[in-house]
Design a protein around this ligand. Structure first.
Ligand code: CTP
Length: 415
């Protein structure tokens, strides 16, 4: 089950990340074994703030009853075109009017074929024709059906109409075969839904994000690092993806799953991060440097494990390249650059000093000693300072919500 919004279950007072707040999703469920997974996904959509109205085909009801979806979404489930028909409401018209997005989950070969060809012989297929908003199809079927030319052509038709088709996953299917046909994972469905509802203001722009810590090795078994988890940078990369950016994430060692669709470059040391960023920065339109890069690295690295002998050891460390400074030196006109600033106390003064030294368009500063704003938590409390020295102090927010605010500010520079 999803890890979305678990921050509040830890007792944080930060508001939940609710990107679907106020949105109505028309969930079209057609008949396949993946219907049971769709029930869990429906619940997750509700947790993200959506009102989910479910429409089930007759075949879907052979797998799971409407009551399951009704209980999980706290909404009535619709199954028939002629349900509750009266002089004032025609179900397929009123449901289509209410919805912001139509999500076909799971989408069988049959509903995909009907949608592609405009057939309307039940409530769900009729609704598809009566709905003019964004539609997201999540196919799930036997691998042979999925790879059949007819299904491929039908999916291509849906894509050419501007709809989203979330690729099915690979693996064992319920019918005992291996191949592509499993319903996509929740994270992929979630991203597709949020993206389909997000204005594509970064469409076509190249966004470079750095995240995580670096590791400076001393010998084959030891290294110096810091407590960065990478959560903030990964959240920024995910939000830039949702807005249509072409995102490259240069990441130090993290235990996080990168957001779907992001081009990931894994690095370990500050030197490797510097090389990767300097290469990518030439092309980037937007650069967001959230990585906690080591400032110093051991001057000498041993190829063999250093043995315990002396009572005390003195190490010589040498300064690493300052990646943000070199990106700023080589910046192209129009490139928008955001830096981060992690401090322990006296935040405003230290952040202003950093902005003088590193003249970024936006500086995101936080005091890691403040409750909920440190490393490895799901929340952050940041001070945003822009190139004109305007300050905005944000309250305690989930890192996803902080990413939304950062990207809003960056979009402001594009206008
Ligand atoms: N940064 C960088 N390369 C480094 C060190 C930092 O690119 N070798 C970037 C970080 O990714 C961040 C910004 O510079 O966006 C500020 O990092 P921070 O560690 O807060 O400050 P420093 O400039 O390193 O200065 P100090 O450690 O003295 O505060």
């Amino acid at each position: 089950m999803s890890s979305d919004n678990k921050n509040n279950s830890r007792g944080s007072s930060a508001p939940l990340y609710a990107p679907l707040e106020g949105r109505v999703i028309l969930l079209g469920v057609s008949g396949g074994i993946a219907v049971f997974k769709a029930a869990g996904y429906a619940r997750n959509l509700v947790r993200l703030g959506a009102r989910v109205i479910t429409v089930m085909t007759a075949n879907a009801q052979n797998f799971v009853t409407p009551l399951t979806f009704a209980a999980l979404t706290c909404q009535r489930v619709h199954t028939d075109t002629f349900d509750d028909m009266d002089a004032h409401t025609i179900p397929h018209i009123s449901l289509a009017r209410e919805a912001d997005l139509m999500l076909l989950l799971p989408a069988t070969a049959n509903i995909i074929a009907k949608a592609a060809n405009g057939l309307a012989d039940d409530l769900l297929s009729t609704l598809y024709l009566a709905f003019s908003g964004p539609a997201v199809f999540c196919p799930a079927m036997n691998p042979l059906m999925y790879s059949h030319a007819a299904t491929r052509d039908n999916m291509a038709a849906l894509l050419s109409r501007g709809h989203t088709v979330v690729d099915a996953g690979f693996g064992d299917t319920a019918c005992g075969e291996k191949g592509q046909g499993r319903l996509a994972e929740w994270e992929d469905v979630r991203e597709a839904v949020i993206k389909a509802l997000t204005p594509q203001n970064l469409h076509g722009l190249r966004v470079l994000v750095t995240a995580g810590p670096t590791r400076e090795s001393l010998d084959p078994v030891r290294f110096f690092s810091n407590r960065s988890s990478g959560k903030m940078g990964y959240a920024v990369a995910g939000e830039a993806m949702r807005r249509g950016g072409r995102v490259t994430l240069v990441t130090g060692p993290c235990s996080l799953q990168p957001p779907p669709g992001v081009n990931v470059i894994n690095v370990v040391s500050a030197a490797e991060m510097a090389d990767a960023v300097e290469k990518q920065a030439i092309e980037a339109d937007i650069i967001i440097m959230s990585a906690a890069v080591a400032d110093y690295s051991p001057a000498e690295k041993s190829d063999i494990k250093i043995k315990k002998g002396m009572d005390t050891v003195t190490l010589t460390m040498k300064k690493t390249r300052d990646i943000l400074s070199s990106v700023l030196e080589k910046r192209r006109p129009g490139q928008i650059i955001t830096g981060f600033c992690a401090e322990t106390g006296d935040l405003e003064a230290k952040a202003m000093e950093k902005l003088e030294r590193k003249p970024v368009d936006l500086l995101v500063a936080n005091d890691v000693t403040e409750h909920g704003a440190g490393f490895d938590v799901d929340t952050n409390r940041v001070l945003l300072i822009d190139r004109d020295h305007n300050q905005e102090k944000l309250p305690l927010l989930s890192k996803e919500e902080v990413a939304v605010r950062i990207l809003n500010r960056i979009e402001g520079f594009l206008r």
